[in-house]
Design a protein around this ligand. Structure first.
Ligand code: HMG
Ligand code: MG
Length: 308
């Protein structure tokens, strides 16, 4: 299979952690319910391709995201090899109870940077979302779990438009203060451009949240995800969220399309000689297989170029 020519560039990390969100962010937007055995096989194949961090599912209200109502059953079908991290999304204490019962060791809380998305995604307000997160994070930490924090709508909101940068930093810093070990900065509707990304990373730095605590999470609606990722890497970020095959979107965010495709990310990182431990060929074959299961072609440009 074709590989990019390796030419290193200055000012980039030697190694990047790919935080794979395909089984969660990717599948949550699919309206036809995917069989739990297919989800389990998808995750097994992702792990076999060398991914070591895979967000597997969500313990949200099953009526809000019916696709992931089988979270406990899915985890029951998986045998995770040692060293693999398999975080799940949890919004509240009820979700935490369910995750703990399923043996989860790592959760991700997801906050909104805007009032509108807090209402639509969490049935809450910008302030009240913390009343839900605080006891959830405290209990999770007391149980020895590690907690990631997402901030959504960091760069633009479909209802309100521009989002003030200090509002994003305030929400993110609050999650870090509550004990989140990592913050993932979500471009939920894929509108960010590189200047914005650099400005947000700098603003977090000025507020005491350094790049060692930051991850980036780009959806690719406007085709900016790779440019934005490269900007974040140059600024020192070393954890990048992506979704195999470019699956994804958020059912509660109008105009959100798929995440940055893991294969597209990997093509760039391989070309730059940045280590990930992930096998591109196995990943392309996984996404080709998954596209067949879903009955539609993969959105990833690299999968389209290499498959077949
Ligand atoms: P609510 O209706 O306000 O919930 O939903 P509530 O607290 O009022 O409870 C109502 C009933 O739901 C109660 O049952 C609860 O027990 C039950 P009753 O007493 O009436 O029988 N309930 C639950 N059941 C199972 N699991 C739970 C749960 N919680 C309550 N966890 C809630 C509030 C937060 C639960 C709801 O709004 C929700 O589930 N939202 C999730 C939406 C979602 O998953 N969105 C997609 C993920 S976010 C995303 O994609 C963005 C991201 O990728 C980053 C980016 O791109 O920016 C992360
Ligand atoms: Mg997302």
């Amino acid at each position: 299979m074709r590989e990019p020519q390796l030419v290193k560039a200055d000012g980039l990390p030697d190694r990047v952690t790919i935080y794979e969100v395909g089984p969660r962010d990717g599948l949550q937007n699919e309206s036809a319910i995917v069989d739990v055995a297919v989800k389990a096989e998808f995750i097994r194949r992702l792990l076999d391709a060398g991914l070591t961090t895979v967000e597997t599912t969500s313990f949200v209200h099953p009526k809000w995201v019916p696709q992931l109502a089988d979270a406990a059953e899915l985890l029951d079908q998986l045998e995770l090899p040692a060293g693999v991290r398999a975080p799940v999304l949890v919004p509240n204490e009820r979700g935490l109870d369910r995750a703990l019962a399923a043996g989860v060791r790592e959760i991700a809380i997801f906050a909104s940077a805007t009032e509108t998305f807090a209402a639509k995604n969490l049935n809450s307000t910008l302030d009240d979302q913390f009343a839900m997160f605080t006891p959830t994070i405290q209990r999770a930490l007391a149980e020895g779990l590690s907690v990631r924090g997402y901030v959504s709508m960091c760069y633009g909101d479909p209802w309100k438009g521009d989002v003030p940068i200090d509002q994003v930093v305030k929400v993110g810093a609050r999650l870090v203060d509550l004990g989140c070990h990592e913050l993932s900065l979500g471009d939920t509707i894929g509108v960010a451009t590189p200047g914005q990304v650099g400005a947000l990373i700098a603003a977090f730095g000025a507020a005491g949240v350094g790049v060692d605590k930051l991850a980036v999470h780009f959806h690719d609606t406007y085709g900016q995800a790779l440019a934005n990722t490269l900007t974040a890497l140059r600024d020192g970020v070393t954890t990048v969220d992506s979704s195999a095959g470019g699956l994804g979107g958020c059912p509660y965010a109008e105009s959100a399309t798929g995440n940055l495709a893991t294969e597209d990310l990997l093509w760039q990182l391989n070309g730059l000689g940045i280590e990930t431990g992930v096998d591109l060929e196995k990943l392309v074959s996984t996404s080709t297989w998954m596209a067949e299961q879903l009955g539609k072609p993969s959105a990833s440009r690299v999968v389209q170029a290499l498959a077949g």
